[in-house]
Design a protein around this ligand. Structure first.
Ligand SMILES: CC(C)(COP(=O)(O)OP(=O)(O)OC[C@H]1O[C@@H](n2cnc3c(N)ncnc32)[C@H](O)[C@@H]1OP(=O)(O)O)[C@@H](O)C(=O)NCCC(=O)NCCS
Length: 221
């Protein structure tokens, strides 16, 4: 088995934040609908907004302790404030926070989330994700990961990876089912799941971002 080519992690569950990045660019990722296998649920996938803090924190608190442990690779009852701020400060380009939501009684509820961080220079992206406990085994995690792969490939990212506990049977099975390979983790207790995105745009990675930044500068000048 080839060694993992990317020793660093891009998404850290770290107790600090820079908080300085701008708000999400909603046009960067179209609002998408996700259907579950049981058919009746219609979920929306959208980038997180700066106003989503309470909804996201409520979601994290409602996860089972085991799910939170699996998701954050350690015990945490909620997101530390600094981590929450960092999550919501994703810029929609090289850092992305996605929320999966359902509508109940006219209210939007978060039922899943993912974080993605892309390195254009290395053409590599890291992701982490979770789905609400009562929506498991309905194909939602698979659909979310497929969307992450699609988005990364469209940005010219060639390698997508995530770190998971060796004991996380569900995530490992899901990843294997989507063609990821298992590599040694950064720590003994971890495995790296990694996939080469065959349909990565063979263009200069993240070219679109440079174009958008250029256009913004022109308009702003
Ligand atoms: C891992 C996780 C995202 C899976 O989400 P999900 O919506 O249940 O996954 P899916 O329904 O798309 O499952 C797709 C396939 O993955 C495999 N799979 C998923 N969960 C599994 C489990 N607990 N045990 C065995 N296989 C599992 C199955 O092959 C499944 O297909 P099947 O249901 O037709 O058999 C979810 O369990 C979760 O959020 N866990 C807590 C957080 C976490 O572990 N995050 C990963 C760290 S990055």
């Amino acid at each position: 088995m080839a060694p993992a080519p990317f020793p660093v992690r891009f998404v850290e569950f770290a107790p600090y934040t820079d908080g300085g990045e701008s708000a999400v660019y909603p046009d960067r990722l179209p609002f998408r609908m996700v259907r579950t296998k049981r058919g009746k649920d219609r979920l929306a996938l959208r980038p997180a907004r700066s106003s989503d803090g309470d909804a996201l924190q409520t979601y994290v608190r409602a996860l089972s302790p085991q799910s939170r442990y699996n998701r954050f690779l350690g015990g945490a009852s909620e997101l530390p404030a600094s981590e929450l701020a960092r999550t919501l400060a994703a810029n929609g380009r090289d850092t992305l926070t996605l929320l999966l939501t359902s509508a109940a009684e006219g209210r939007e509820i978060v039922v899943g989330e993912a974080r993605v961080a892309l390195s254009c220079a290395e053409r590599a992206g890291e992701f982490s994700m979770s789905i609400a406990d009562d929506l498991r085994r309905l194909g939602v995690g698979s659909a979310l990961l497929e969307e992450i792969e699609r988005k990364a490939a469209a940005d010219g990212i060639e390698w997508l990876f995530g770190d998971t506990l060796r004991t996380n049977v569900g995530m490992i099975a899901l990843a294997l089912g989507r063609g990821f390979r298992l590599e040694p983790g950064l720590e003994q207790r971890l495995l790296r799941i990694q996939k080469r995105l065959e349909d990565a745009t063979p263009d200069l990675p993240c070219r679109k971002w440079a174009e958008i930044a250029g256009a913004t500068e022109l308009h702003g000048a």
